[in-house]
Design a protein around this ligand. Structure first.
Ligand SMILES: Nc1ncnc2c1ncn2[C@@H]1O[C@H](COP(=O)(O)OP(=O)(O)O)[C@@H](O)[C@H]1O
Ligand SMILES: Cc1ncc(COP(=O)(O)O)c(N)n1
Length: 273
């Protein structure tokens, strides 16, 4: 039997199941890697927004990390909601000598507009975590905070990508164009070359958890040993299908559909429409 690959997510929770740890674990399962999780913050949220946030004590996050790394060593890991400077420092300290792919989704603000990362931590992530990343996956507003200039066009995405790799020190970056108009184009830069990943924009408000799902898919593919270009390509297709078949659940912005890719080519009456 082939040895199963393992992936770890270090992030906050979403009890409604569309974003955060829950989205990551569903994605790991769909991408056929064994999923593990370390919870940083427990978030009372749903498709309409965030009601309350409780950060776990820092020594308890440390204990969870110890439980993982002393037992089932992951083949790749990702971080999502890392709200405080103490959490960033703990993570940096834990990961600095570990030679496994590390995907950072620099989650700052939820789609609902609620803050998920303390204001004062937003700049600290640049110095503490980004230099350790194999790849960072910011959306446009997060990119603007990382690079300190406006990103409103494809050319400025490329300029920001260069800053994130050459000045902030990440090995690679994928800047997600979900927040711009027109086609959904993401730009991967690996320090040498640019690669574009473009998909038709789906006209839907049900995009809760898109960033989490996309970065979890990249993590799973890197765990399997795919190259960065392959991992991003597979994950782009995965998230495009998940958005195309997103779910009208809840009263706000519904979640993406983690098994969307399985519905392609399936007659509509079997899709439950
Ligand atoms: N309406 C859409 N149709 C197709 N792809 C989309 C749409 N919105 C976002 N995407 C894609 O989903 C992924 C996540 O991007 P984005 O929504 O910008 O992240 P975040 O959740 O961090 O804000 C990217 O690949 C982006 O291009
Ligand atoms: C715990 C947690 N992590 C991340 C997001 C961002 O998800 P999105 O911006 O796609 O709603 C979220 N809502 N909750």
């Amino acid at each position: 039997m082939n040895q199963v690959k393992t992936a770890l997510t270090i992030a906050g929770t979403d009890p409604s199941g569309g974003a955060g740890i829950q989205a990551d674990l569903k994605t790991f399962q769909e991408r056929e890697v064994y999923g593990m999780s370390v919870i940083t913050s427990v978030v009372a949220q749903n498709t309409t927004g965030v009601e309350a946030i409780e950060h776990l004590p820092i020594d308890f996050i440390e204990k969870q990390l110890h439980s993982i790394f002393s037992d089932i060593y992951p083949d790749a890991l990702k971080s999502g909601m890392i709200a405080t400077i103490e959490m960033m420092e703990l993570l940096a300290d834990t990961l600095k000598d570990k030679r496994i792919p590390f995907v950072i989704d620099p989650v700052m603000v939820a789609k609902s507009g609620d803050t998920l990362m303390e204001e004062k931590s937003r700049r600290v992530i640049r110095e503490s975590l980004v230099p350790l990343a194999t790849v960072v996956t910011p959306n446009i507003p997060e990119t603007e905070i990382l690079v300190d200039f406006k990103v409103e066009s494809y050319e400025s995405m490329k300029k920001a990508a260069k800053v994130i790799v050459h000045e902030l020190g990440s090995k690679a970056v994928v800047i997600k164009g979900g927040h711009l108009n027109g086609a959904a184009t993401d730009v991967l830069y690996d320090g040498k070359e640019f690669f574009d990943f473009t998909a038709e924009r789906t006209n839907t408000k049900h995009t809760h958890g898109t960033g989490c799902t996309f970065s979890a898919a990249i993590t799973a593919e890197l765990a399997k040993g795919k190259t960065m270009e392959e991992a991003v390509g597979i994950s782009k297709q995965f998230i495009t299908d998940a958005i195309q078949y997103s779910l009208e659940l809840g009263k706000g912005n519904g979640p993406t559909n983690h098994w969307g890719y399985r519905l392609k080519g399936v007659p509509s009456y079997e899709k439950g429409e």
